[in-house]
Write a protein that binds this ligand. Structure first.
Ligand code: C2E
Ligand code: CA
Ligand code: CA
Ligand code: CA
Length: 275
């Protein structure tokens, strides 16, 4: 074999080449997936922790790859963002989910994830306008789940986007709360009406004293700012009860239902409403 300057480089080269090829293949597959109708929106119930009733659902994107099966959005969303595909894909999720929600009981809300990349470029407002127009869903029933990364950009443009969306009647939930850097200032600056407490704080209650302390301070903060909280990743009745006692209004997680297809969420919402 040829001598190379640094052994380490040689060692890692084959793996990197493999990664690069896998990545190119993923990009090509993603481009094709759109025309081939391989994307689907699933819906996970969100409940009122006090009454136990369903309040709505979160839309979660699914990609059924022809040979690899279901690919996690945690894997392909970042790639779609880098490719710029997220705009088309995000617009499709918005329209699909709003049209679906229009068929639900008239109080049920739909929460849709919006990536920071969608926020950064001006077409988000147009995409939302089109989704609302196509579905005839009242804007009050649409909630956008955003993460702190949406705030890390030119703030003048941001204020305008928030203002326009807020003007339509849409509300905002801050996703993965507690995992980022400086959420507190953002809560004050931007029109956030709900905090979504990250699963990492929910998983270990009530046993983990530190997680409990963090939850209590998030609750106190939310109460002081008049912001609702929803806890994600609730898997046990103990977790649900602990959060309810802390004053957390809503919950989401496998305890109440895994993400399910459009037909399944519709019958869940209908059955719940007629109780
Ligand atoms: P997320 O917004 O934090 O969504 C919650 C994730 O936790 C979902 O994973 C959901 O299936 C999972 N989950 C819900 N309840 C439980 C539970 O009780 N236990 C456990 N272990 N997990 C639970 P999923 O569907 O794989 O989505 C992963 C991430 O992909 C989402 O995290 C979100 O950031 C992103 N994503 C999904 N759909 C979209 C979309 O339409 N647009 C954008 N921009 N991002 C999306
Ligand atoms: Ca979310
Ligand atoms: Ca989340
Ligand atoms: Ca999360």
């Amino acid at each position: 074999a040829k001598r190379q300057g640094r052994g380490l480089v040689v060692l890692f080269e084959p793996a990197m080449e493999e990664d690069r090829l896998a990545r190119l293949e993923l990009e090509a597959d993603l481009n094709r997936a759109f025309e081939k109708d391989e994307f689907q929106v699933f819906y996970q119930p969100q409940v009122d922790l006090v009454s136990g009733e369903l309040v709505g659902a979160e839309a979660l994107l699914r990609w059924k790859h022809p040979t690899k099966g279901f690919v996690s959005p945690a894997v392909f969303i970042p790639v779609a963002e880098e490719m710029g595909l997220i705009h088309r894909l995000g617009a499709w999720v918005l329209t699909t989910a709003c049209c679906e929600a229009k068929r639900w009981p008239s109080t049920a809300t739909i929460a849709i994830n919006v990536s920071a990349v969608q926020f950064a470029t001006g077409d988000l407002v147009a995409a939302i306008g089109e989704a609302l127009e196509a579905s005839q869903l009242p804007a009050e029933r649409l909630e956008l789940e955003i993460t702190e990364s949406a705030f890390v950009q030119d703030s003048k443009g941001l204020d305008e986007i928030f203002e326009r969306l807020l003007g339509l009647g849409i509300s905002f939930a801050l996703d993965d709360f507690g995992t980022g850097y400086s959420s507190l200032g953002y809560l004050h600056r931007f029109p956030i009406s709900k905090i979504k407490i990250d699963r990492s704080f929910v998983s270990n209650v009530p046993m983990d004293g530190q997680a409990m302390a963090i939850l209590r301070s998030i609750r106190a903060l939310a109460e002081g700012l008049d912001i609702k909280t929803i806890a994600e990743g609730i898997e046990t009745p103990e977790q649900a009860e602990t959060l309810r006692i802390m004053g957390c209004q809503q919950g989401q997680g496998y305890l109440f239902g895994k993400p399910m297809d459009a037909e399944a969420i519709q019958s869940r919402l209908r059955a719940d409403g007629s109780q």
